[in-house]
Ligand binder design. Structure first.
Ligand SMILES: Cc1cc2nc3c(=O)[nH]c(=O)nc-3n(C[C@H](O)[C@H](O)[C@H](O)COP(=O)(O)O)c2cc1C
Length: 368
């Protein structure tokens, strides 16, 4: 069986960040996502039934303060994927793992277990970390930015060997040493689960191109030409390394019957109820510890962070949104990770109003 992440739909769909309180929106608006297990199950099953390709959790150990204390309540992502894998049928389940905080021998086995629970629908999202406060919780070593990716490369090589090597082996690397390493059962997906990464710095993107099956990119949104160059650069690098060239982005969605209603709803939760303290805390750390955005761009980007964790806006009527998706597809985007303020209500509206238009536009095969 092929992992559903690699479906033939021209525009693949996923839902992102619903394992976290507030989801992707840094706001105190009353309907912000409270995040319960029952709601997680309902949303996962809704997306599964509608034929979406993927469910992506955010790996987060601590909130960002402010009145919303954005993302302070989060479900751990491996146990989350195992639980949702057991109650869904076709959709890919991802887990987001901070490799410096989790040992590869343990995660290799957890990943194999989820791959069995889901019959080959598991994907591992490798993150190297940028939120220093979380590392302090673990007393974990905080390496220089580029060293974190060297560490991740060895971590992944070790995990991959555990997923493929039948005999016991010793490991004597720069970061890991061990004797008689061994892991059974092997994952259902031959060679191990699909691997994703969302590195945005030059080193992060190279890591992704060399080691991963797909990249989740944060478009800098300066202008269309530079976004296209960013996507093409990533894809070219992946192809040079003989790897799949899928490129997904995170989009935040505000879809209403009229454009004016959509803009008013966006303005309400971002400007009227936006949590500036939480977003400033997040961006001061993200700016220093990742190499994604220039300081000058950061200020302008605050709006996108409050609106949807730095994602790309899809705001307007269903028809306008499908037109915007067509543009993104022409730019080389293969998949969209969606988030909303009210995941349950707005995902259902997407299924009822946007999905049929996507199918009519040839972006996705009609559902059976
Ligand atoms: C779609 C997407 C999802 C991400 N998910 C997480 C996450 O769950 N936890 C985390 O610590 N970082 C996450 N990141 C951050 C990236 O892993 C990466 O650290 C960040 O883009 C900065 O790039 P750099 O590490 O190359 O500097 C995500 C980024 C993107 C674009």
């Amino acid at each position: 069986m092929t992992n559903p992440l690699f479906s033939t739909n021209r525009v693949k769909l996923g839902v992102m960040a619903f394992n976290c309180s507030g989801g992707s929106t840094v706001t105190t608006v009353p309907e912000a996502w409270p995040m319960t297990w029952a709601d997680n199950v309902a949303l996962a099953q809704m997306a599964d039934r509608a034929g979406f390709e993927a469910l992506l959790p955010v790996g987060r150990w601590k909130g960002y303060g402010g009145d919303s204390n954005f993302n302070n309540r989060t479900f751990e992502t491996l146990t989350w994927a195992a639980g949702l894998g057991a109650v869904t049928e076709n959709i890919a389940l991802l887990s987001t793992v901070h490799v410096p905080l989790m040992h590869p021998v343990a995660v290799a086995k957890q990943a194999a277990t989820i791959d069995h629970i889901t019959n080959g629908r598991f994907v591992l999202n490798i993150v190297c970390g940028w939120f220093k406060n979380e590392f302090e919780m673990f007393g974990a070593e905080w390496r220089d930015h580029d060293r974190r990716y060297d560490y991740a490369a060895e971590w992944l090589a070790l995990a991959r060997k555990l997923w493929t090597e039948e005999a016991e082996f010793d490991w004597d690397g720069e970061f890991f040493q061990g004797k008689g390493l061994w892991s059974q059962p092997k994952p259902i997906q031959s060679g191990g689960p699909a691997i994703m990464n969302a590195g945005s710095s030059p080193v992060g993107q190279r890591f992704s191109a060399e080691n991963c099956d797909m990249n989740f990119v944060m478009l800098r949104q300066k202008d269309e030409a530079s976004d296209v160059a960013q996507i093409n650069g990533l894809k070219a690098m992946a192809i040079e390394n003989g790897r799949s060239s899928q490129c997904w982005i995170h989009v935040y969605v505000v879809c209403r019957e009229t454009e004016a209603e959509a803009l008013a709803a966006l303005n309400r939760y971002v400007v009227e109820y936006g949590d500036d303290v939480a977003v400033n805390n997040m961006l001061s750390i993200f700016g220093m510890e990742s190499e994604t955005l220039e300081p000058a761009v950061m200020e302008a980007f605050k709006f996108h962070f409050k609106a949807g964790h730095g994602g790309y806006p899809l705001v307007g009527t269903p028809e306008q949104i499908v037109e915007q998706i067509e543009r993104l597809s022409a730019m080389g985007v293969d998949g969209l990770l969606l988030s909303w303020v009210d995941y349950l209500g707005e995902c259902q509206e997407w299924i009822d109003r946007v999905l049929p238009l996507m199918e009519a536009a040839g972006q996705r095969a009609p559902r059976e």
